[in-house]
Ligand binder design. Structure first.
Ligand code: GLU
Length: 389
């Protein structure tokens, strides 16, 4: 994955072609955007969104859509009133609505010859080491195949009464996903044009803030408190999401989802909405994260050929290049990779436990299945899951 400088907005080159500054983009559309402020999903709005996402995909941008609307779609089908709330009502609505939501997207994207994939996540999928690895590997594989992953929280399973068990709102979810997949840009589509100096619904002379370099107490105060009847987000959750994503090296834009061609304009570098440049480089933030979470109980030792492949050519670490393991680790752990002399070269998320690596070390990848009875991947560490130190 190419690392791009996302600290400034894209600019349109003089030849008029779009500057593809953003290689991988997460777009989040909330309930308010998808319902146009009504009680039901606005299919025309969803169609416009799908057209724009498809346009970006065709321009070579890898794109993920984080969507709300399952609960709204379920409520519509079940004929429930918006004021009828609570659990398990919310969960039953989501169970009914999610498949309808996906069906709508599936047919809208099919019109552009694009395949979609439903990706439902729970909190533990993004916080447990194995869930994280699996979600990351699956989404990367989908993107490589040109599929558009459509992500939502698995509201049917998430019991929000258990504090800390759910992700809660899709602004938060989208920032976790953006960091999970190393996105270059997260676009939070909203029902207002960005962050304003005051609530634009109440103060007509409120000014749009076009760029926020640092999210400080003043910015938080402008965002106010989450208050929203249909979706769960508001400006406060968007600012929190922007804080998380920018810390992980992802640029963020909050823009009006109803603005015509909003995604195309962003792709072409138009200054719309509120832009938050990344607070760190992706590589730096990934390194920091890997180093802070690296296993202290085990490591992988590789031969000189693997050192050259991993360091020199940014390739994955294959079993053939592994000469041994030290200590123990589990599948999904972040593990230091040591050279023949024991020097620490890199850190990576391992696809196999220490026992398994011990058994497949030195083998060609096509022998993994015979040896272990299962092949999780051809690599011990995929290059997407590896940072050189
Ligand atoms: N996951 C919920 C849904 O699909 C929405 C959560 C949110 O809007 O933040 O209805």
């Amino acid at each position: 994955m190419a690392t791009k400088d996302t600290s400034t907005r894209a600019t349109t080159p003089s030849d008029g072609s779009a500057a593809l500054r953003y290689g991988r983009v997460v777009v989040k559309a909330g309930t308010n955007v998808l319902t146009g402020g009504t009680d039901r999903l606005d299919k025309a709005m969803m169609g416009t969104l799908a057209d724009q996402v498809a346009g970006m995909r065709k321009d070579g941008i890898e794109i993920l859509l984080v969507t709300s609307g399952a609960v709204a779609a379920g409520r519509e089908v079940l004929g429930l009133r918006p004021d009828q709330r609570g659990i398990p009502l919310r969960q039953t609505q989501a169970a009914v609505g999610q498949s309808r939501l996906m069906h709508a997207y599936e047919s809208l994207f099919a019109q552009h010859g694009l395949v979609t994939a439903q990706v439902l996540v729970t909190r533990s999928d993004l916080t447990d080491r194995l869930g994280y690895l699996n979600a990351r590997n699956t989404i990367n594989a989908l993107l490589e195949l040109g599929v558009v992953p459509i992500v939502n929280e698995n509201d049917v399973i998430g019991v929000e009464e258990l504090a800390g068990e759910t992700i809660g709102d899709n602004d938060h979810l989208s920032s976790l996903v953006a960091s999970l997949v190393d996105a270059d840009l997260l676009v939070l589509l909203s029902d207002i044009a960005g962050l304003f100096t005051a609530d634009p619904h109440r103060f007509p002379d409120a000014q749009l803030i076009s760029r926020v370099d640092r999210i400080d107490a003043g910015i938080e105060a402008l965002a106010g408190r989450p208050e929203d009847s249909r979706g769960r987000g508001g400006m406060a959750t968007k600012i929190e999401a922007a804080r998380l994503a920018t810390a992980a090296g992802v640029a963020v834009v909050i823009a009006d989802g109803a603005e015509p061609d909003v995604l195309k304009k962003l792709e072409q570098g138009e200054e719309i909405g509120t832009f938050f440049p990344p607070a760190a480089s992706k590589l730096e933030s990934r390194k920091r994260w890997m180093l802070s979470a690296a296993s202290r109980t085990g490591s992988v030792i590789v031969d000189a050929g693997a050192v050259e492949a991993v360091l020199g050519q940014h390739r994955s670490l294959l079993p053939a290049g592994v000469t041994g393991v030290e200590g123990s680790f589990g599948r999904g752990d972040i593990v230091p990779i040591l050279g023949p002399d024991g020097e620490r070269l890199a850190c990576g998320i391992v696809n196999y436990s220490s026992e398994d690596v011990e058994r497949i070390k030195g083998l060609r990848s096509d022998r993994i299945g015979d040896t272990l009875g299962v092949t999780y991947a051809d690599e011990v560490v995929h290059r997407n899951n590896l940072v050189v130190l």
